[in-house]
Design a binder for this molecule. Structure first.
Ligand code: PMP
Length: 356
């Protein structure tokens, strides 16, 4: 924290120090976790009951084929069941996708900065990461990504909206990009935050995949559906890709608890929409509040905001921590802050104001 800011120090003295761990410890200072883009709401209606009912059968293995979840997803997205594959979180499915397509000598293209798992899972496969910098406005540079394609390119991740910047690519530019990708390279549209998108120009990947055999859409129950702790994600892709995913799946990788909770969540659509709507309103409030304080905030379509802070990143994260919100610092670059419950967002806005 800056030695030269007595005002900041004085303000911080007045904020009680929080203890890391679970939020809202009885009587003590409250700590809000805004560092992992989780959903602040508890599970959707019906989910806890369903999961409690399943608890009596923990001595049994889960349904390896995720039959009920697969058919529920197929119906929801109006796709054949053979085009669906489930996995241990969408990061698990992404890892399977790399495993199924890429190895030493192959290249995997993605924007940078983007989801931290991409370099890790690419390295595990032995393939080479080709990182294409975001534009100065923190958006995917799809022309540069298309230029980066070689005959060794097997996989291209397009994180839409992008983690950690929240920015999203629009239909026309994404379609132009997809037209430039050769048929033997697979484009993964990672739509972990799709439910929070409000810009109607940002395309739904499921609409794009239908007539493009080399497009695969990744979705998760971890964000809007609030099941991060249960680890379930899925892909929608044409038969050969979906079949390869099923072949590379960890046997019994999606627990029965996760399967049942995901099905119950899909059936609680109205409550889901209400909660996502509230979070989207809170997002606008946070973005407007930050801009009102003079911050530059990229347009976000996800459940988080991105602040470019450069060398001030660690100081900013420390101020937030002191105030009682845990944010996600990317050292030397910026912080990503999840949009949480109203009180958490208020504490964050106060910390941002104090820092400024
Ligand atoms: N993709 C993106 C862009 C993400 O931000 C995340 C979670 N941080 C994931 C995938 C993975 O989510 P999960 O494995 O929980 O489904």
């Amino acid at each position: 924290m800056s030695e030269t800011s007595p005002k900041l120090r004085a303000e911080l003295e007045g904020i009680p120090t929080y203890k890391p761990g679970r939020p809202a410890a009885a009587g003590g200072p409250v700590a809000y976790k805004l560092s992992s883009n989780e959903n602040p709401y508890p599970p959707l209606p019906g989910v806890l009951e369903t999961v409690t009912a399943a608890a009596g059968a923990f001595n049994r293995y889960p349904d390896m084929a995720c039959t009920e979840l697969m058919s529920e997803l197929a119906e929801r997205f109006a796709v054949p069941v053979s085009h669906v594959a489930t996995g241990t979180g969408s990061v698990g499915v992404a890892q399977q996708l790399i495993q199924a397509t890429s190895g030493p000598g192959d290249e995997v293209i993605y924007a940078w900065r983007s989801f931290e798992a991409y370099p890790i899972i690419t390295q595990i496969s032995g393939a080479t990461s080709v990182k294409v910098p975001l534009t100065p406005g923190d958006v995917h540079d799809l022309d540069a990504m298309a230029d980066a394609i070689t005959d060794r390119t097997r996989l291209i991740f397009v994180c839409n909206p992008n983690n950690p910047t929240g920015t999203a690519v629009r239909r026309a530019e994404l379609e132009r990009f997809l037209d430039r990708v050769p048929g033997d390279a697979l484009v993964v549209l990672d739509e972990a935050y799709r439910e929070f998108v409000r810009d109607s120009e940002v395309p739904d990947g499921v609409a794009l995949y239908r007539d493009r055999p080399n497009v695969c859409v990744l979705r998760t129950f971890s964000k809007a559906y609030g099941l991060a702790g249960l680890r379930v994600g899925f892909a929608i892709a044409h038969e050969p890709v979906a079949a390869a995913l099923r072949k590379t799946a960890v046997p019994f990788g999606v627990s029965q608890l996760a399967q049942d909770a995901a099905v119950a969540s899909l059936r609680a659509e109205d409550a889901l929409l209400g909660r996502v709507g509230s979070l989207v309103s809170e997002r606008s409030r946070v973005v407007d509040g930050l801009r009102g304080q003079g911050w530059t905030v990229p347009e976000t379509q996800a459940n988080f905001v991105w602040l470019r802070l450069g060398e001030r990143t660690a100081d900013f994260a420390a101020v937030c921590e002191r105030a009682g919100v845990v944010v996600r610092p990317f050292p030397g670059e910026g912080v990503r802050v999840t949009v949480g419950e109203t009180e958490a967002n208020d504490v964050f806005l106060k910390a941002a104001e104090v820092f400024r």
